[in-house]
Design a protein around this ligand. Structure first.
Ligand code: RAM
Length: 339
């Protein structure tokens, strides 16, 4: 279950809107587990997703700088029930902090509240819970910004009209559901000639996402585009399209990692997609958690803290800390990134 990884930061060749270029590599060192204020547990939606491997690498880099210990734990499937035992264990171990990407805004709340009652600082990142179940949420970008960039990309790629569908992650994922709701609103306001005909869920499982892509194309023969707001979904959909008669005819965009999407951008399956730097997200989450654990901040609006290479951050309304803006990757810039 436990994995640890060291990260090297490459010299920034092109630095755009705070997005740093990074490479993962090297192995391994045990940080061990156990109680104590500076030990922090990192709980992604599930293990085996390169997006979370990269965010954990960022947290580990920050932990090294902060002289803290971080242990990544997590389930194989992206379900809230599967996250609860890991939360309970962290509380029992008496860790100082727990950093979690929630598979459901409510279902893990009781466990998180018990952990907070036991003295654990709880920080969500990537996918939030209800605000009362955590101290802080480290948000990658505003939901409006993430929704708009994907809608603008699909509109551009299909020429502003026609049927599109969404291939999402788990049905209860807080982050994807917020983005989908705003994408629907943005489509209605800005692109009335685009019709969202279906939303399907691949559960951040590669095979299920691949199968859902096939089913979507079969159910909607006039489909012009797919938006997949999940790095697992978009990579699986690209793999399917790439080997199908739909390659280059049905557009695909959404949120992906450059390393998983490079092949499909280079072979013409995908024109452009968006994301932020997951390593920066994990790095920021670790700095914020340590600031809470050390009592430097309380998680109140207006609190400020230093986040190493990323500089100073301020806690916003509802305990939210914002990393930055989403970034668009295409064939001209994808070679500059390695994550
Ligand atoms: C997947 C996960 C994660 C999401 C990214 C875009 O890796 O669902 O929560 O933020 O995609």
């Amino acid at each position: 279950m436990f994995r640890s990884r060291r990260v090297a930061t490459l010299a920034a060749v092109t630095l755009v809107a705070g997005l740093s270029l990074t490479a993962c590599g090297g192995d391994d060192g045990d940080s061990g587990s156990g109680g104590g204020d500076s030990s922090i547990t990192m709980l992604p939606k599930n293990l085996g997703n390169p997006y979370f491997d990269t965010s954990t690498a960022g947290a580990e880099k920050a932990a090294e700088e902060l002289d803290a210990e971080v242990e990544e734990v997590g389930p194989d499937t992206a379900s809230p029930e599967a996250q609860v035992p890991f939360i309970n264990t962290a509380a029992q171990q008496g860790v100082g902090g727990l950093i979690v990407s929630a598979n459901d805004p409510e279902a893990i709340c009781d466990a998180l509240t018990e952990a907070m009652d036991a003295g654990v600082s709880v920080v969500t990142f990537d996918s939030d819970t209800n605000p009362e179940c955590r101290d802080l949420f480290i948000n990658q970008a505003t939901a409006e910004g993430i929704a708009k960039v994907q809608v603008d990309l699909i509109a551009e790629q299909i020429g502003g009209s026609g049927e599109v569908a969404v291939l999402s992650a788990a049905a209860n994922a807080t982050n994807q559901n917020a983005w989908i709701e705003m994408m629907e609103a943005e489509l209605e306001t800005s692109y009335p000639d685009i019709e969202l005909v279906d939303i399907v869920y691949g559960d951040d499982d590669d095979q299920k996402s691949f199968d859902q892509t096939a089913a979507l194309l079969q159910a909607h023969p006039d489909l012009k585009g797919i938006i997949s707001p999940t790095t697992v979904g978009i990579a699986a959909a690209a793999r399917y399209l790439s080997d199908s008669e739909h390659k280059g005819k049905v557009a695909l965009t959404g949120l992906g990692t450059p390393n998983q999407m490079r092949e499909y951008v280079e072979n013409g399956t995908v024109e452009a997609f968006a994301l932020w730097n997951p390593e920066d997200l994990g790095y920021l989450a670790m700095y914020a958690t340590k600031a809470l654990v050390d009592g430097d901040i309380e998680g109140e609006e207006g609190d400020t803290f230093e986040a190493g290479d990323l500089g100073e951050y301020t806690v916003g309304a509802d305990g939210e800390v914002l990393l930055g803006d989403p970034y668009v990757f295409n064939k001209d810039n994808i070679g500059d990134f390695d994550f």
